[in-house]
Design a protein around this ligand. Structure first.
Ligand SMILES: Cc1cc2nc3c(=O)[nH]c(=O)nc-3n(C[C@H](O)[C@H](O)[C@H](O)COP(=O)(O)OP(=O)(O)OC[C@H]3O[C@@H](n4cnc5c(N)ncnc54)[C@H](O)[C@@H]3O)c2cc1C
Length: 504
């Protein structure tokens, strides 16, 4: 079927995953439609932990400062004993920022506030989600996808080159593709509710009966709001009263306190915990991102973060594919992201087991800074490296200086939609400039100065090394000067060949 496409990409679902992809495509000038079946923005707090790696992604997308301003640090956990006494402990292990890792602390930002910041950024880039518009059917062929939409103006047929299902755990797109979603139901049902209440201070995350799955209840003050998020396990069967009076009765029953008064409920949900992973992330021209591809218990605060990073991995690849058919880049999305979700499912389930034993403390394992793609077909090392980061690893930050003396960070050089090529003690002219590639060199005559040795410490470079950093901040290739042909071949495959740049 050869029909004119009205947009390159249709994004189905304007949650955290869909909004991230929309921002990334918008800043790359790719045409898309972002549809959302709800009539207006989601109003719940559910994914409230923003991990350090996601903070780096948000810095690149231009929203980090707004996200930090919308939230704040996690308060200590206040564990109550049966006699009413309590102890405070830090849930989050404290680590100082380092030159290579500028963000070390998970942030607490209620999900509705994160999504509001994302919509603001999207509006700056000239786009808005189309609320009240549902995907109702789709079919694909060799050239594109034909989608049926039901929106405020009635039914509509849309022809696009790619469809991305960012439509949550019950994903219509995943079902439409008949993709299996194996895994397990974890035998735990829980409530989550955002409430206004009196009787508890806002300086701590109040936890009663921790580890007792029949009686546990937690009240977390949501930073940046007046509300608390109530969480607690509930029996697997039966109705649960999520009204203010119902939650107040539950609070009284589980805490033994009569001074906690729930005044109103702004959002609530009762859900069964599952750990499931889609068999495939892509069928032809249709992709899955976010909860559509993986669901898991909320322990460890990984879901929203993984969803954002799925979108961030796919965005630049889709953008490249709109300019030049590049199967390898698009195939690498599932190859890179599915193993990450498999690992995250195991982590969230292990943390849930630990929480059942009363252990809630979180460390580096939840930060997502160690996620990388060293086994990816997009990772090139010539020759294999012994020291320092490997191809596929996250590209560390490093404070450096511009040749003019100004303070800079490598992340300043990476920020944007381009690839970055860093040469250390190299001949700059060895790589020809081209659109989409920023070249910087360090050493004699370089435009960047590693004045304090942070680049050397983090990257362990040898004279003559070239480090190619992908648009999503992972190292694509590390090659020595004798292997410039391998680097050029890599750039061609990434759509950055000189032919493509100047004659494409
Ligand atoms: C209690 C709880 C606590 C959590 N805590 C954390 C945490 O601390 N940290 C963390 O990272 N994650 C957490 N999560 C998980 C996090 O909320 C999800 O991983 C995240 O919302 C996934 O984003 P998404 O965009 O993939 O999906 P969603 O947020 O589910 O968005 C999907 C969107 O698609 C829309 N949609 C569906 N079908 C259609 C259709 N046919 N047409 C158009 N639109 C459609 C839906 O209306 C929805 O808005 C928690 C979840 C829960 C339940």
């Amino acid at each position: 079927m050869n029909q004119q496409c009205t947009a390159d990409v249709l994004i189905c679902g304007a949650g955290a995953a869909g909004l991230t992809l929309a921002i990334d495509l918008a800043r790359r000038g790719i045409s898309f439609r972002l549809i959302e079946k709800m009539e207006g923005p989601f109003q719940g707090s559910r994914g409230k932990g923003i991990q350090p790696r996601t903070q780096e992604v948000f810095e690149d997308l231009g929203i980090l400062d707004r996200i930090v301003a919308a939230g704040g640090a996690y308060p200590p956990e206040r564990k109550y004993r049966s006699d009413g006494s309590h102890t405070d402990t830090q849930v989050v292990e404290h680590h100082e920022p380092t030159p290579a890792e500028p963000y070390q602390l998970p942030l607490m930002v209620p999900q509705f506030r994160t999504e509001a910041v994302m919509r603001e950024r999207l509006a700056e880039l000239g786009h808005v989600p189309q609320f009240g518009c549902a995907l109702t059917d789709f079919a694909q062929d060799a050239e594109g996808v034909t989608a049926q939409l039901a929106g405020p103006a009635g039914a509509e047929t849309l022809r696009v080159r790619w469809l991305v299902g960012a439509d949550g755990g019950r994903s219509f797109v995943r079902h439409g593709l008949d993709i299996g979603f194996p895994g397990k139901t974890l035998g735990i049902r829980a409530i989550v509710a955002d409430v206004l209440l009196t009787g508890l201070t806002r300086d701590a995350w109040h936890v009663f009966n921790e580890g007792d799955m029949a009686r546990q209840i937690a009240f977390c003050p949501l930073v940046g709001t007046d509300t608390f998020q109530i969480q607690g396990p509930i029996p697997l069967d039966g109705d649960i009263d999520l009204s203010a009076s119902g939650l107040q009765a539950l609070a009284a029953e589980r805490t033994g306190r009569t001074d906690i008064h729930v005044q109103s409920v702004s959002w609530s949900s009762a859900y069964n915990m599952n750990a499931r992973l889609a068999d495939r992330y892509r069928v032809g021209r249709v992709f899955l991102i976010g909860d559509a591809a993986h669901i898991h218990p909320p322990t460890g605060g990984q879901g929203l973060n993984t969803s954002v990073q799925d979108a961030y991995n796919l965005g630049w690849k889709l953008a490249a594919a709109t300019r030049k058919p590049t199967t390898k880049l698009l195939d690498s999305y599932e190859e890179e992201r599915r193993p990450v979700a498999a690992g995250m499912l195991g982590l969230a389930t292990r943390l849930l087991d630990a929480q059942k034993r009363g252990e809630r403390r979180r460390g580096r394992e939840v930060h997502q800074l160690d996620i990388g793609y060293p086994a990816s077909s997009l990772a090139l090392e010539q020759p294999s490296r012994v020291d320092g980061p490997r191809a596929g690893d996250r590209a560390p930050d490093a404070p450096v200086r511009g040749a003019a003396g100004q303070a800079l960070r490598l992340f300043d050089l990476f920020r944007g939609t381009h690839w970055t090529l860093l040469g250390y003690g190299v001949e700059r002219a060895a790589v020809a400039p081209r659109p989409g590639l920023h070249i910087h060199t360090m050493g004699p005559g370089g435009d960047v100065v590693d004045h304090a040795g942070h680049f050397r410490d983090s990257y362990a470079p040898a004279d003559g090394d070239w480090v190619l950093v992908r648009p999503d901040g992972y190292i694509g290739a590390i090659v020595v000067a004798q292997h410039m042909d391998a680097l050029e071949a890599y750039l061609v495959q990434a759509g950055l060949g000189l032919e493509d740049a100047f004659h494409g």
